[in-house]
Design a protein around this ligand. Structure first.
Ligand code: PLP
Length: 359
């Protein structure tokens, strides 16, 4: 069996959930488990996160997977619905759509006229400055009045999302908060504002439903953050094994394009892992992996199925040894920085051929 494994530590997941609750003790937790729980396996994570108050996903397809596996908590659909045909299932299952366009309100209005016995809760997203989704500020009063005019909508939670929460010193956070507060302070609707970065910040605001995502998985929500110092525990360990070792002489090249050339006689370990598993192709030579508790550098190009590692300074390295690509001793954030991306992308990018083990 190919030795590539993503080991998921469900205790760490629960630890991180508890951390979110400690940061915002008054708030309900809407745990964000979209994109297969950021690559960790949505069903297993939903079950492990039984202390969360509700779950957030990106589509009815993601919600249906949870439902089919017996997850009964309420589910918020972060992009609402994409077509009218989804509404029957959404309200049958009592899922909560995020409403972000006027057309969606119109569709709700028509649907409830045809189905007056049904009811639902919604989230209404307000665009306070991210300019991606949500009601524009100047339209808020009008849209809100339209929602109030649909008696079947029982509760409307007002939400917004922050563009630069990963940089707490960024002025747009305060501007977006002020904007949200000025629109909503006269209303007694529940609110939902904070993603992980704001959950962990000491910025104060009224928030009934925090929406932590990345922090649950143990990666830092902050630019140049350090998850360990921030009290988070990495949930995923991505590992494989050495499947071949060879000696190359000084001047010999390794891998596609011959990008790396040995400066000395070197021992090269070939590991079963590649971009076909979701490991980033763009990591530079020198990016570390862990073998026998020791950091060893990747050399040459990452290929689809294999990675080559210089183990010359790890003398006992041998075929069969475990190789860790990220996990507790090697933060995903560090590998993300090496590959000029973010931990979110690495974690969600784990491919289907990787075996998952839950502990
Ligand atoms: C609307 C919304 N809320 C919350 C989150 C969670 O964000 P984070 O993973 O940074 O905590 C996301 C993630 O993309 C999101 O789109």
């Amino acid at each position: 069996m190919r030795p590539v494994v993503a080991t998921i530590d469900t205790d760490a997941l629960r630890h991180n959930l508890a951390k979110a609750q400690t940061c915002r003790p008054e708030a309900n937790i809407l745990a964000v488990i979209k994109a297969n729980a950021y690559g960790h396996g949505a069903v297993a994570c939903a079950k492990a996160l039984s202390d969360a108050d509700a779950f957030a996903v990106a589509s009815i397809e993601e919600a249906e997977v949870l439902f089919n596996h017996g997850v009964t908590k309420r589910i918020v659909l972060l992009a609402g619905f994409f077509e009218e045909s989804e509404l029957a299932l959404i309200f049958h299952r009592q899922w909560i759509p995020v409403i972000h366009t006027e057309q969606q309100i119109q569709l709700l209005h028509c649907w409830f006229q045809k189905n007056p016995e049904k009811s639902c809760d919604i989230f209404l997203k307000i665009d306070t400055g991210m300019h991606r989704l949500g009601v524009p500020l100047e339209k808020f009063a009008e849209w809100h009045a339209k929602i109030l005019a649909i008696p079947n909508i029982k509760q409307c939670t007002l939400m917004t999302h922050f563009a630069c929460a990963d940089e707490l010193e960024n002025k747009t956070i305060e501007l977006q908060l002020q904007c949200f507060e000025s629109l909503t302070k006269q209303l007694d609707n529940p609110c939902s504002l904070a993603n992980s970065a704001l959950v962990m910040s000491d910025v104060s605001f009224r928030d009934n439903w925090i929406r932590p995502g990345i922090m649950l998985y143990g990666a830092s929500p902050f630019k140049n953050g350090n998850a360990q110092i921030e009290g988070l525990e990495p949930v995923m360990t991505l590992s494989s094994a050495i499947i071949a070792c060879r000696v190359v002489n000084a001047g010999e090249q390794v891998g596609y394009g011959g990008d790396w050339q040995a400066k000395r006689q070197s021992v090269i370990a070939t590991v079963a892992m590649g971009y076909g598993d979701g490991y980033p192709r763009h990591v530079p030579t020198g990016t570390p992996v862990i073998i026998r508790n020791q950091r060893c550098p990747i050399v040459g190009r990452v290929s689809m199925d294999f990675i080559t590692v210089d183990v010359t300074d790890c003398p006992h390295a041998a075929v069969g040894d475990e190789v860790i690509f990220w996990g507790k001793e090697l933060p995903t954030d560090e590998i993300a920085t090496q590959s000029k991306t973010i931990a979110y992308e690495l974690l969600t990018g784990i491919s289907q051929r990787v075996r998952y083990v839950y502990k």
